[in-house]
Design a protein around this ligand. Structure first.
Ligand code: FCB
Length: 474
């Protein structure tokens, strides 16, 4: 029996066929793969400083060398081509393009991305460029960083400079990757660069990131960009009972806890970017944590620019319940009386629970609540402790994770969600932020001593998925 969904997704006895034109790809980010931190005029970013500070990153790892993609990009594009990728999502390093954040544009920094884009196009791979994947020029942090309004304007200047150079060949642009993480891990709990721990600064950073998104979107649009995306780390916020039973009815206190965390994670960004307003619950939290003075008249009109797609980075659900007496978590200002719960499910090497139906639930919810925008899964994947044996990596855990989540995307398509593509995180094993190199997310194994790349079994499997535009029956 074949069931055809309204978006052209169909299921035949466990086989999942994706709609024609569905975009298959992989994602990376500049600081995680490029290395070459002193090459061609690049200056330090907040991640160079943070990783260079003892005790901040596991094993004292830094991005100094990483995958040396800056030198091996042509080989890496060959790998992508061998896998049959339609699209490659990469990020541009601000400290290569405007090394001190405000001064002149550095053409040699832009040259690298120009060469990369040419190689991608030659290979028939569509470039998806992200402008900010967390590597703020250190000089801008020295001037106050994202908690300062001026950073938003500097970001728009930088966005314009990148578009001027690449806009003749790149049509798919993402302004920010995961502004929640930049603001609340960077300035809230300090687990990420620049490592500050100040709830009021984190909330100001979130607003200025959104303002930067709006200003950069205006600049990109004026330059003629076709598709503009805001990429968010999103998750369904659910109670422990809802992990196994989505229909479980939360108590009023649990429902309030869920709503508060969803406000901080989802609505803070999507209501602002897509509707031009902050939820009232958010404004109460901001008022209690430093006040509202930084939100100026007209800002939300600037933030609220038309965009084509929201990018979803999904790894696991966010599970909470009411927890009277709990102090606010440093990453979640305003989360007093909320308990963050462990989930009874298998976990990846990050300790993240594997809950594929969280992705279908999330996509369907976004389609219902924000029907005006298209959706694309811009990151999804898993770290496992891979072992190289006789020149192979039998990463069945990762393949199972990806298969389960692709079935979840397929279920969302069949339910009518406008999901346009799926980009696996990540193409290559890389510098996993505070976890350093000990966490491997790649479908391609990297031997960091020799820079040799090796396709893991998950990459071979993904190549088949792309070729058949879907998943086989079990
Ligand atoms: C996301 C980041 C990405 C990667 C994955 C595992 O939050 O955007 O760079 O580290 O997590």
């Amino acid at each position: 029996m074949t069931i055809v969904g309204i978006r052209g997704a169909s299921i035949t006895e466990g086989r999942a066929d994706f709609p024609t034109g569905f975009v298959w790809g992989a994602a990376t980010a500049s600081y995680q793969i490029e290395g070459a931190v002193k090459e061609d005029g690049r200056q330090p970013s907040i991640w160079d400083t943070f990783a260079g500070t003892p005790g901040k990153v596991a094993g004292g790892d830094t991005g100094d060398v990483a995958c040396e993609h800056y030198f091996h990009y042509a080989d890496d594009v060959r790998l992508m081509s061998d896998l049959g990728l339609h699209a490659y999502r990469f990020s541009v390093a601000w400290p290569r393009v405007r090394p001190d954040g405000t001064g002149p544009v550095n053409p040699r920094g832009l040259d690298f991305y120009s060469r990369l884009v040419d190689k991608l196009l030659e290979a028939g791979i569509t470039p998806y460029a992200t402008l900010y994947h967390w590597d703020l020029p250190q000089s801008l942090e020295d001037a106050g960083g994202w908690p300062e309004r001026d950073t938003a304007h500097r970001f728009a200047d930088y966005a314009r400079a990148v578009h001027e150079r690449l806009g003749d060949r790149v049509q798919h642009w993402t302004t920010l990757n995961e502004p929640w993480v930049s603001a609340f891990l960077g300035y809230g709990n300090g687990v990420h660069a620049p490592g500050r721990k100040d709830p009021a600064a984190a909330l100001r950073a979130a607003h200025h990131l959104l303002l930067g998104h709006g200003l950069a979107t205006q600049a990109l649009r004026a330059g003629g960009a076709e598709e503009i995306t805001l990429v968010l780390n999103l998750a369904p916020v659910i109670t422990p009972a809802q992990v196994g039973d989505p229909a479980a009815e939360p108590s009023p206190a649990d429902a309030e806890a869920v709503n508060r965390i969803d406000t901080l994670l989802t609505r803070q960004f999507l209501d602002a970017a897509l509707r031009g307003r902050y939820p009232a619950e958010l404004l109460e939290i901001v008022e209690r944590n430093g006040g509202l003075a930084h939100i100026r008249d007209g800002d939300l009109t600037t933030v609220n620019q038309p965009i084509e797609t929201v990018g979803i980075n999904y790894y696991n659900p966010c599970v909470v319940e009411s927890g009277p007496g709990e102090a606010a978590d440093a990453a979640w200002p305003g989360s007093e009386d909320v308990r963050f719960c462990a989930v009874d499910a298998p976990v990846t090497a990050m300790g993240w629970p594997i809950v594929p139906n969280g992705l279908s639930r999330l996509l369907v919810r976004l389609a219902d609540d924000y029907p005006e925008v298209g959706l694309i899964v811009t990151e999804n994947g898993a770290a496992f402790d891979d072992v190289v044996e006789d020149g192979r990596v039998h990463d069945t855990g990762r393949t199972g994770y990806l298969d389960g989540h692709l079935r979840a995307v397929h279920a969302a398509l069949a339910a009518g969600a406008d999901v346009r593509g799926y980009l696996v995180w990540s193409l290559l094993d890389n510098f996993e932020w505070a976890e350093g190199y000990r966490r491997r997310f790649g479908i391609v194994h990297v031997d960091f001593a020799t820079q040799r790349r090796l396709l893991k079994d998950s990459a071979l499997w993904y190549r088949e998925v792309i070729k058949r535009n879907g998943l086989r029956g079990n």
